[in-house]
Design a protein around this ligand. Structure first.
Ligand code: GAL
Length: 696
């Protein structure tokens, strides 16, 4: 069986150094039928490895109930890689961040008495160990030590970002999990990104890794430089513009890393895919396209073709790179240097311009034109490519085209207020105070209703501000059965539980004197992915719904509450076979723009092999299902939010003023000849504008 190890220069397989060019493809973010072509395309683009995180939150949704079927069939994913001869980097976590619900931790962990996440806490370590042991046994045949494709495994994820919060307990935690990992005898090296411990390989996550390498080698002279996350784009948040990164800039960062002495790089993400169902973490769009080289649907982009040219050169000269020592930079001029690698009569030279200006340099008697932030690769004296020059034949332009025929006409059914639901599907919880929703919803639904009666005295009547202190995430307010207000995007990605403003929402209303019913529908947008998203709290403190005070015109209103988890339509599975239970109405004119409305339509499978998408233009916010399977949350929130400043070092915003996400992937494997589409619309929409499209 191959033996995997490493030296100061590279990962080794049976003692031979290898150059690792890897791409992240998360198995739950596509369907099993896509895995083969995703990996074949990756291989054609010059990658020799696939990386994935493991999603504990999805495999063990309920405690001790495991699911490895369909999109969670990790063994099938590993077999696919193995059949193609690709290596696999398995990032087990089990905390993974990854823009997945709760950063990869199952939501039920919150209910374990005494638990604190990701620190030296017995209940957490017990649950984590139970899962990691089970998972390692499940994938054991796929470790290289047993003849499989997995050559590296990762425990935890970026602990360095939060270690300071936990002090000595954090250090003990790190030691314990590394001991645990080593006791699993997986027979391949363990890596830890951004915050490791002795006995594992520390790795880098960044937009640009080369500026970090001098420090890296000073600290780890006997380890190879591995870049576990090279972000070729970035994720999108509802209410913010789409994040993009140019192919030229990604290629520059990649080439620059190998010039400076790196030998293993993984694009995070190579294929981003889709946050199906309710799997995305807080504020994540359903698309996890990531502006990655393979687009959300698995189709090649300009970025993929451009990077493929670089990869072919790196693979062609892999032995030159790994068999020579890390090159020393030869200064050419300010911000420009050359790195030369030579082995067995062959050479690869990187001419790097890190500056913002285009420059001319002389190297070995020839003049080179170096565009800003670019690397020119010269193999055996021949100029092979410059990373800033995209070949015209590599440019791909795609569009969404409407399908013919399109959707048949819609039918609708109004979600009843929970106290009017015909068969009281779910009895309310009665409480003197609002209570956050997760103890009732267990994160099995986004929705939770809070109902009360308000007595407005004459001096309180009129226009004013209704303040909900301690509320998350999007709320819709109904007074006397009428929809009166809703949360406006953009919401901040990071909030602070200890700052009351952070979880306060205000709505301008007019209330007349007398008794009113107030119904608040709280809609969760995914659990946080890390504790910094709550300020200085542990992830266990994550909460949704309404738990604070209700204040009208500055006066707190102390009223009893009836709390209902979920929607009637969810309880009777209206999006699936339960849809037969209700009397769907066809007169859509009366329902256009109606809040809290279920919509249903059908379509015949179009005769195209191109990926299908749903154009949800005209709708507002809700959830969509195809043939009973949840394709994800939707929200046509317009991208007005400002991206965080640090992203602008590599990423630029696109589509300001347009909905962050308009198109929603309908995976081919979920289609039938005759298809049923169901939408739950919260705010009100016009389904006559909804279109079935293909990615042309
Ligand atoms: C990293 C993290 C990944 C992912 C990425 C952003 O810091 O390790 O899991 O969250 O950021 O996409």
């Amino acid at each position: 069986m191959p033996s995997i190890s490493y030296d100061h220069r590279a990962i080794t397989v049976d003692g031979e150094r290898i150059l690792l060019l890897s791409g992240a493809i998360h198995y739950p973010r596509s369907t099993p039928g896509m895995w083969g072509s995703l990996m074949e395309r990756s291989q054609e683009a010059g990658l020799n490895a696939i990386e994935t995180y493991v999603f504990w939150n999805l495999h063990e949704r309920q405690r001790r109930v495991y699911d490895f079927s369909d999109r969670l069939d990790l063994r099938r994913f590993l077999q696919t890689a193995q059949q193609l001869g690709l290596y696999v980097i398995l990032r087990i976590g089990p905390y993974i961040c990854a823009e997945t619900n709760y950063g990869g931790l199952p939501a039920w962990l919150r209910d374990v008495p005494g638990i604190q996440m990701r620190t030296d806490n017995e209940p957490f370590l017990r649950e984590m160990e139970n899962w990691v042991r089970l998972l390692c046994d499940y994938v054991r045949p796929y470790f290289a030590s047993n003849g499989g494709p997995i050559i590296l495994a990762q425990i935890e994820n970026e602990y360095g970002n939060i270690a300071w919060r936990y002090g000595e307990a954090g250090e003990r935690y790190l030691r314990r999990i590394v001991e645990m990992a080593q006791s699993l005898q997986v027979g391949v090296p363990w890596v830890m990104c951004k915050g490791g411990a002795p006995g594992v390989i520390e790795t880098i996550n960044a937009f640009y890794a080369h500026p970090l390498l001098d420090d890296y080698f000073a600290q780890y002279p006997d380890k190879p430089a591995l870049w576990t996350e090279h972000w070729p784009g970035w994720y999108d948040l509802w209410g913010y513009p789409h994040n993009r990164r140019t192919p030229e800039n990604v290629a520059y960062a990649a080439a620059r890393f190998f010039a400076a002495g790196g030998t293993g790089m993984n694009y995070y993400m190579w294929h981003g895919g889709t946050n199906f169902d309710r799997e995305g973490s807080f504020l994540q769009t359903t698309s996890y396209d990531y502006d990655a080289p393979l687009d959300e649907y698995g189709l090649p982009t300009t970025k993929m073709y451009h990077l493929a040219r670089l990869h072919r050169i790196l693979q062609e000269y892999a032995s030159v790179l790994v068999h020579s020592e890390r090159a020393k930079p030869e200064p050419l001029q300010a911000n420009a240097s050359a790195y030369t690698y030579e082995h067995a009569g062959r050479s690869l030279v990187f001419l790097c311009n890190d500056g913002e200006q285009e420059i001319q340099v002389s190297y070995e008697g020839r003049r080179y034109h170096l565009p800003p932030q670019s690397v020119t690769l010269i193999g055996d004296g021949q100029m092979l490519m410059n990373t800033a020059q995209v070949e015209p034949r590599d440019v791909v332009v795609r569009r969404m085209e409407p399908c013919e025929p399109n959707l048949s006409s819609f039918q609708w059914w109004a979600e009843p207020p929970p106290d009017e639901a015909r068969d009281a599907l779910h009895p309310p919880v009665l409480s003197d105070k609002p209570v956050e929703q997760l103890p009732f919803t267990h994160d099995e639904t986004d929705y939770c209703w809070y109902l009360t009666k308000l007595m407005i005295l004459p001096h309180q009547a009129g226009a004013g501000t209704l303040e909900l202190q301690g509320v998350a995430d999007v709320v819709h307010l109904m007074v006397d059965g009428k929809f009166v207000a809703t949360t406006e995007p953009p919401l901040p990605e990071n909030r602070n539980l200890d700052d009351p403003e952070s979880f306060t929402q205000r709505f301008e209303l007019t209330l007349s004197a007398g008794e009113h019913t107030l119904a608040i529908l709280c809609c969760a947008l995914g659990l946080i992915k890390g504790d910094w998203m709550l300020g200085e709290r542990n992830m266990v403190d994550e909460r949704k719904g309404f738990w604070g005070r209700l204040v009208w015109r500055g006066e707190p209103l102390e009223v009893p509450w009836r709390i209902y988890a979920g929607l009637s339509g969810e309880h009777c599975r209206l999006y699936a076979e339960g849809g037969a239970l209700v009397d769907w109405k066809s007169s859509i004119e009366t329902a256009r723009g109606k809040p809290l409305c279920w919509w249903k339509t059908a379509f015949e499978r179009p005769k195209t092999n191109a990926p299908l998408v749903l154009d949800l233009q005209g709708m507002s916010k809700g959830i969509a299902w195809l043939n009973g399977r949840c394709i994800g949350r939707y929200w046509l929130a317009v991208g007005t939010g400002k991206p965080e400043g640090w992203l602008l070092q590599a990423v630029y915003p696109e589509g300001e003023g347009l909905p962050t996400q308009r198109y929603y992937h309908l995976p081919a494997e979920w289609l039938r000849e005759h298809n049923v589409l169901v939408l739950f619309e919260e705010v009100g929409g016009d389904p006559t504008q909804v279109r079935l499209c293909y990615r042309g």
